[in-house]
Write a protein that binds this ligand. Structure first.
Ligand SMILES: C[S@@+](CC[C@H](N)C(=O)[O-])C[C@H]1O[C@@H](n2cnc3c(N)ncnc32)[C@H](O)[C@@H]1O
Length: 162
């Protein structure tokens, strides 16, 4: 039986295959479920996605949704945090719980305003940057948030490398 996800990562309309490849691998590393909201900028069998060194079983916890509403239905009331440059809280200052979901935007556009308004301002997060920086690479942003959430959960389900 598959263990319940420690948390959920949602990529809204991701565009660049290697970013999603990295995030698929990261979700397999941490036990998170990855939700991909269509349209995707690539096919899941795209070669450049595979270049991230994915194993077949890494795809086990990936769900593809037709649209954001379908994704929300599947998340079934999970607490949703939107991660965006204009977020209200620094990502490391909030307390996370098992089952939380983290929503990230597409590489060239970020999360659309219409979608951000569906998330309580108190549940929007930013990652600190230097003043001239525009944004952090999507897969790096996911890694930072995922590891902070997982750290707070005591790296639940992890094992030392043999
Ligand atoms: C490459 S960014 C693009 C967003 C950016 N607003 C833009 O259009 O220039 C893609 C996604 O990574 C995440 N991200 C990147 N940098 C971030 C930051 N400093 N704070 C929060 N999220 C960030 C967000 O989820 C964002 O939608």
């Amino acid at each position: 039986m598959t263990a319940p996800a420690v948390f959920h990562i949602v990529l809204y309309e991701p565009e660049i295959p290697p970013n999603t490849g990295n995030v698929i691998r990261l979700c397999a590393n941490t036990g998170a479920t990855l939700h991909l909201v269509k349209p995707l900028g690539f096919r899941l069998d795209d070669k450049s996605l595979q270049r991230s060194g994915l194993d077949y079983h890494d795809l086990a916890a990936v769900k593809v949704h037709q649209d954001f509403a379908a994704c929300l239905r599947d998340l079934d009331g999970a607490r949703l945090f939107a991660v965006e440059t204009g977020g209200a809280h620094c990502y490391s200052t909030r307390e996370y719980r098992a089952g939380d979901a983290f929503l990230f935007g597409p590489e060239t556009r970020g999360l659309p305003q219409a979608l951000l308004t569906q998330v309580a301002p108190d549940q929007t997060l930013y990652l600190p940057m230097r003043p001239q920086s525009r944004s952090i690479n999507l897969s790096n942003a996911v890694a930072l948030v995922a590891f902070e959430a997982w750290r707070q959960l005591g790296f639940s389900g992890s094992a030392r490398y043999p």
